[in-house]
Design a protein around this ligand. Sequence first.
Ligand SMILES: CCCCCCCCCCCCCCCC(=O)SCCNC(=O)CCNC(=O)[C@H](O)C(C)(C)COP(=O)(O)OP(=O)(O)OC[C@H]1O[C@@H](n2cnc3c(N)ncnc32)[C@H](O)[C@@H]1OP(=O)(O)O
Length: 201
Amino acid sequence: MSGATATDSTGGSALTPPPGAETPVRHPDAPEPGTPLGSHYEQCFGCGEAQSHGLHLEARAGEGVGVTAEFTVRPAHQGAPGLAHGGVLVSALDETLGSVQWLLRTIAVTGRLETEFVRPVPVGTTLHLRAHCTGVSGRKIYSSAEGRIGSPDGPVAVRARAVFVEVQLEHFTKNGRPEEIKAALDNPDQHKVVRAFEVNP
Ligand SMILES: CCCCCCCCCCCCCCCC(=O)SCCNC(=O)CCNC(=O)[C@H](O)C(C)(C)COP(=O)(O)OP(=O)(O)OC[C@H]1O[C@@H](n2cnc3c(N)ncnc32)[C@H](O)[C@@H]1OP(=O)(O)O
């Protein structure tokens, strides 16, 4: 196996901001550091409070264009006996990285996500995650994240780098299953979330 970095069609590193990328700027109306960001959708597997088997990840605004989050591994999240499933850990990283958009006030979806699994994560562990934006290039938002076991200074269990791609609200309304889209559009709380991302529903 080679340890080569993923490359894009131009041969550059797909997860590193390209030359000329802008330094990310925290939106002036972004929540103060320490503010809980809440859920962007109650049925979200990552952060939704109504999703019984979900991660129930709780993210807060951090300093700069960064966030912190916690997620406690439950029995429903196992892969091997007593250990978190790798895909669940990727979901926690994806959700944390996605939460960075609250600080930029843009809506973006994951285009590419690379994860390094450093240590196994036992059931019952609280994973302390942090993520920050590393650059913006057109619609592409580059970010990185890590998750530590037990405390913000605990041993590193997972690391990730990602590129998100900015989208309009139509990305969801055109592609999502109609019944869930209708329920979301009928929910006043969902409108508040969309406003927090500064997008007209
Ligand atoms: C009523 C309801 C309200 C709901 C309110 C919800 C609000 C808040 C929701 C947040 C939700 C977050 C949840 C967690 C984060 C997920 O998990 S998101 C789910 C997983 N991701 C997806 O499903 C994305 C699926 N992929 C796609 O839809 C499309 O491929 C994409 C990513 C939108 C790109 O398509 P496109 O817009 O046609 O992009 P395109 O114009 O070709 O390219 C634009 C640029 O992006 C680059 N690019 C395109 N694709 C990629 C890629 N895969 N990798 C890297 N670069 C790419 C291109 O190279 C291009 O770069 P430049 O040439 O400009 O330098």
